[in-house]
Design a protein around this ligand. Structure first.
Ligand code: ME8
Length: 646
């Protein structure tokens, strides 16, 4: 038996200095789609993500919260792991740099490179801002002062260990030039070549000014610099020190997927460390672009940080994954907006994909009593559809192998469009009326069910939960995990005689209704709309179960701006901060509050309310108020932004 080809892909290990945002989710989703595709293509895949937990910044954060550093990171990292689970991330391991297995690797690597003479003790000189506990270079200063707090800095010198990066610059340059695919995209590669050509200084790899890190072996007042510690994470879980077979199978890594700002660490420092260890270099460092929000870089101070957990609550993981992978071309920056997300969900998922599935299952149910019959003789139009399916699978494979995810998705959607058109062209409802056309009808319905089976496999890397839902609605047996790309290369592998499963809607349309200006988008005495829950037998009616209630997500938000909606006397347009993310909402409270008195109030908002268009403004939520008679007061609370109300 031939050994299966292996594929090792990594994401950056993220800092637990704050909660993860949609940019982190973007990177991890790309890596997940690539890993899932390779599994589908029959590779033996190892997919790694994790957390980068040491360093001064984390130590300061923990001190601010009056907990120990490990208590602090344990809490945040549990949130990382929960997010990845909710987003359907299929990582094979999760590396935390505070784990003992990692500490051993870092110290061993330090020892080996030191023994070789490529690490030496020297003096680190820098400009230090005591109140900020930060080192700066001359260039980073603002008017000679600390760029963070504006206070004077002092020149300090401290004993430190250095890695002889300079020893490896020529070999590295030769490697980059001989391997055009090593750094991608090409714009990043050119940047790196220019950077190396300017000359590489030796790298300071230890600190004595704080102690939240891995101690230098034999000189424990030093801790190892966070990047030296972090980069070596890629070796730890694949058995660098303890499992030579596993290590041989997965190293060198096939792809280190990273954001463009850290390509330099991965394509210069990391290869030099590996050369010093006499280890082969990774095959590829891929620098993806940044997600921007409303045309701006995400930042806490701008309040435009998008929380992926809230998006999953509202739209489900697969819709978010689809949007990120389809909308943004790998390697380029891309914009995230809720409106664009909703448009994609409605057009591509509810309409194109949802309708194809719904129409097909409906017709098999109605015209063939729910059993997919064997195809009759192929018609010209059927041959054309089958050819399109084969070509789509072949091109999809080529693009996915090249990590061209967005083009691959577009190709699958072109085929979904082709299959929808096939329904219109063949008009199965007309064929069903004519007994002489039974065989022709069987061909059409078989072709559609088989197309959907093929589509479900192709979308599995992007939308794993949706793929297996389609699979079971088609009545396919067995676990989706056993499906391989080879199973869809020949059109016609779907076995006839199978009973289809229960049809379920994949993606409900997100209605953005035009609401009348008299709409009451604040909660009055009673909820404006009852939930879909069945209301059983209570005298007052309107009883809801706890599950019904917990579907309503309430959070503490702060009102940032408030203004009248022109031409109305009841409506105000508000911008609110959910603790990072900003939303626009329309609220019918103008008769109770002057806009300027609202700014700064901390109130409660329903965050997963269906968006509604009111007077041309899309309102993404509803704030709660209590009212009696003509009086109305918002529910103000004294809790941190983003707190859940339950
Ligand atoms: O740099 N758009 O961790 P980090 C897209 N611990 N991707 C984004 C993004 C955005 N707006 N913001 C962040 C570190 N990312 C180090 C890495 S690796 C050995 C050590 C993604 O928490 C992107 O992949 O700052 C970026 O490179 C990474 O998160 C940085 O995460």
């Amino acid at each position: 038996m031939t050994e299966r080809k292996s594929f090792y892909i990594t994401t950056p290990i993220y800092y637990p200095s704050a909660k993860l945002h949609i940019g982190h989710a973007y990177c991890t989703t790309i890596a997940d789609a690539a890993a899932r595709f390779k599994r589908l293509a029959g590779y033996d895949v190892f997919f790694l993500t994790g957390s980068d937990e040491h360093g001064q910044k984390i130590q300061l954060k923990a001190a601010e919260e009056k907990v120990t550093p490990i208590q602090y990171v344990d809490r945040i990292v549990a949130g990382f792991q929960q997010l990845w689970q909710r987003l359907g991330i299929s990582n094979d391991d999760f590396i935390r740099t505070t784990e003992e297995r990692h500490q051993k690797v870092v110290q061993e690597i330090f020892r080996r490179i030191y023994a070789k003479g490529d690490i030496y003790k020297g003096e680190y000189r820098g400009l230090y801002c005591t109140p900020c506990e930060s080192y700066w270079t001359e260039r980073q200063l603002k008017d000679g002062m600390c760029p963070d707090c504006g206070r004077p800095v002092q020149e300090v010198a401290e004993e430190a260990y250095f890695f002889k990066l300079s020893n490896y610059a020529d070999r590295l340059l030769a490697h980059i030039e001989a391997n055009p695919d090593f750094i991608q995209p090409v714009s990043r590669r050119n940047e790196m070549i220019n950077f190396i050509k300017q000359g590489l200084d030796d790298l300071c790899i230890s600190r004595t000014s704080f102690d939240w890190g891995i101690p230098v072996p034999g000189d424990e007042k030093h801790v190892i610099y966070v990047w030296f510690d972090a980069l070596t994470n890629y070796l730890t879980p694949i058995g660098f020190l303890d499992d030579a077979t596993k290590f041989g199978r997965y190293w060198p890594a096939d792809v280190h997927l990273v954001g463009k700002e850290i390509v330099r660490f991965h394509s210069i420092i990391w290869p030099c460390i590996l050369m010093a260890l006499d280890l082969p270099l990774p095959r590829k460092v891929y620098g993806h672009g940044w997600l921007i929000v409303g045309g701006d870089k995400m930042s806490k101070s701008k309040g435009n940080v998008v929380d992926p957990n809230l998006l999953i609550d509202e739209f489900g993981a697969d819709a978010i994954r689809y949007f990120l992978l389809r909308e943004i071309v790998l390697g380029q920056d891309g914009n995230f907006s809720r409106d664009a997300l909703i448009t994609r969900i409605n057009a591509d998922l509810a309409n194109d994909l949802g309708n194809l599935l719904h129409r097909t299952l409906n017709m098999i149910g109605k015209f063939q009593a729910g059993v997919v019959e064997a195809a009759g003789p192929a018609t010209e139009i059927s041959v054309a559809l089958r050819t399109a399916a084969r070509e789509t699978v072949a091109e999809y494979e080529r693009e996915m192998e090249a990590m061209e995810l967005s083009p691959a998705i577009k190709r699958v959607w072109a085929f979904i469009g082709r299959a929808n058109k096939y329904i219109d062209e063949t008009a199965p409802w007309a064929l069903a009326k004519d007994p002489a056309k039974k065989a022709e009808l069987a061909t059409v319905l078989y072709d559609l069910a088989e197309s959907l089976r093929i589509i479900s496999v192709m979308i599995a890397p992007f939308m794993p939960a949706t793929a297996s839902r389609i699979w079971s609605q088609l009545g396919q047996k067995g676990s989706f995990d056993d499906v391989r790309l080879n199973d869809i290369k020949d059109f016609g592998a779907l076995s006839a005689g199978q009973t289809i499963g229960r049809a379920e809607q994949l993606f409900p349309r997100i209605e953005i209704e035009e609401e009348a200006a008299t709409a009451k988008p604040v909660m009055k005495e009673k909820p404006a709309k009852e939930t879909k829950a069945e209301v059983k037998g209570s005298a007052g009616g309107g009883e809801v179960t706890f599950e019904d209630f917990s579907r309503i997500h309430l959070r503490v938000v702060k009102i940032l701006t408030a203004e009248h909606v022109p031409g109305t006397d009841r409506l105000l347009k508000l911008t609110v901060d959910l603790g990072g993310e900003q939303r626009e909402i329309v609220s019918g409270i103008a008769q109770h509050y002057e806009p300027e008195t609202l700014v700064g109030k901390t109130v409660v908002m329903v965050v997963n309310l269906k968006p509604a268009k009111i007077r041309g403004i899309v309102s993404h939520g509803m704030i709660l108020a209590a009212s009696q008679g003509d009086g109305l007061r918002l529910l103000e609370v004294d809790m941190p932004l983003g707190s859940q109300v339950k």
